[in-house]
Design a protein around this ligand. Structure first.
Ligand code: GDP
Ligand code: IMO
Ligand code: MG
Length: 425
């Protein structure tokens, strides 16, 4: 049995939630492996809209095992709130399990995230403010608290005290901010522990058992390849590894059986937060994309920056994630543009390259565009490739040719049903 990985190919918000939900129908197990509640994944099914932040997008199907791996950082309050929101809407959570090794995002991480941003003045990253960077920093510095710690009432207080003595010193001495009260924080956090306890399970044996029983596992990426801590547009990245490489380290399921890697790419490009975006459209066309595509962040509500598709960036993401196929989303949003530009290369030091300049050189590079003819027809909800206007088909074929990766799925609307299957899943 080979399993599937689904990842974002750009700067996040590619429509991973929608495609995960679609693939989850065939899967038995859906697993989040990185990020935290900085993610916001939208699923629209049977007229209902769900926005998921920590819980895998497979949760809407009863009987699918939904797992949150150790590579995810978990804000326990957000998790409990998300769980209760789903329960209220009649979604069963019996099959939700999370790793005891996953690190906790605690209130001081959120405070530090915001203080670090405020102190960067003109150099802000534009984080989601969810404490993600400081939580991963604690993990790497080996002073983090984990889900398993929260479950041991006796030792949790001591561990929290140790962690707080460090963070309170930073808050008071570096930022001149008030400290957190240990007792209050301890009581608040332990009040969440009992909600979480029944869902905590060691994941590597569970994943291995699923594999041995020939159950199909789908790994649901969060964020996107260009936000990868190492391979993204550093320092304007997130603090984890959202690419295919993050799956094994973030779940404890080895890489041997992971050979189907689906990259989800938007038909144009968006970015929320700061950082380079060479194909960004600042004027009317950018506004048109934002309005038509409803490009506002699910997690923070921020307007997303919009621009043309960047093929060198897509090729790069396909390369370092060894992607086997693509899902192209939001093609319907491009209806009504008489011309569509696509970045095919970069001009740097007077020469043209088809590769994405690295993060050290990107600011000195100018995108080179090819202009394709657009289409007027509204293509929302089309499910047959042949029914698309010829220009839209050409656009899809062009991306396929330029990246050398098959586009197996084309999404023509936010609903589960608005999808073109070009190849069997
Ligand atoms: P994710 O973070 O990758 O899961 O993506 P988000 O949920 O943050 O953002 C994608 C947005 O586009 C959501 O509002 C989806 O409902 C919507 N969406 C997904 N696919 C399509 C599509 O093909 N067409 C349109 N118009 N909207 C889509
Ligand atoms: P999904 O899973 C879009 C961006 C932030 C910021 C940078 C660092 O919905 O695609 P962080 O809070 O992670 O420290 O912020 O990363 N970012 C996302 N952008 N979609 C996401 O998730 C994102 N998660 C983080 O905007 O630029
Ligand atoms: Mg999102």
């Amino acid at each position: 049995m080979s399993h599937k990985i689904l990842i974002g190919m750009q700067w996040g918000d590619e429509g991973k939630g929608k495609i995960t939900d679609l693939l989850a129908e065939e899967a038995d197990v859906v697993v989040r492996f990185s990020g935290g509640n900085n993610a916001g994944h939208t699923v629209i099914a049977e007229g209902q809209k769900y926005e998921l932040h920590l819980i895998p997008s497979g949760i809407l199907y009863p009987k699918k095992l939904c797992l949150i791996g150790s590579g995810v950082v978990i804000n326990p309050r957000s998790l409990v709130e998300e769980m209760s929101g789903l329960k209220k809407r009649g979604i069963a959570l019996d099959n939700l399990h999370l790793s005891p090794e996953a690190h906790l995002v605690l209130p001081y991480h959120l405070r530090l995230d915001n203080l670090e941003e405020e102190n960067k003045a003109g150099d802000k990253i534009g984080t989601t403010g969810r404490g993600i960077g400081p939580a991963y920093a604690d993990k790497a510095a080996r002073r983090g608290l984990r889900v398993g710690d929260l479950l041991s009432r006796e030792s949790f207080g001591k561990k929290l005290e140790k962690s707080l003595s460090y963070h309170n010193a930073v808050l008071e001495k570096v930022y001149r901010e008030p400290a957190f009260d240990l007792q209050q924080l301890k009581v608040d956090l332990l009040s969440l522990a009992e909600e979480i306890r029944p869902h905590v399970t060691s994941l590597p044996p569970l994943l291995w058992k699923s594999h041995r029983e020939n159950r199909q596992i789908l790994f649901e990426g969060a964020q996107g390849a260009l936000l990868d801590l190492d391979f993204g547009t550093y320092p304007y990245v997130t603090s984890s590894h959202p690419g295919a490489g993050g799956v094994s380290s973030g779940t404890g399921f080895g890489p041997r059986y992971l050979n189907e890697i689906l990259g989800v790419a938007k038909a144009y490009l968006t970015r929320v937060g700061r950082g380079p975006f060479p194909t960004e459209l600042s004027g009317e066309q950018g506004e048109k994309l934002r309005e038509k595509g409803q490009e506002f962040g699910v997690t923070t509500g921020r307007p997303r920056r919009c621009g043309w598709l960047d093929l060198p960036a897509l090729r790069y993401a396909a390369m370092f994630n060894s992607v086997t196929a693509l899902a192209l989303t939001k093609l319907d949003v491009l209806s009504g543009f008489s011309e569509i530009k696509v970045c095919t290369g970069y001009k740097i030091n007077n020469s043209i390259t088809d590769r994405l300049p690295d993060s050290f050189q990107l600011k000195n590079a100018q995108p080179v565009y090819q202009t394709l003819t657009g289409w007027e027809q509204d293509i929302s909800g089309i499910t047959n490739f042949q029914e698309l206007p010829s220009e839209a088909r050409h656009y899809v074929n062009f991306i396929e040719q330029e990246t050398g990766v098959k586009i197996n799925l084309v999404s023509t609307g936010p609903d589960r049903k608005e999808i073109i299957h070009r190849q069997p899943l």
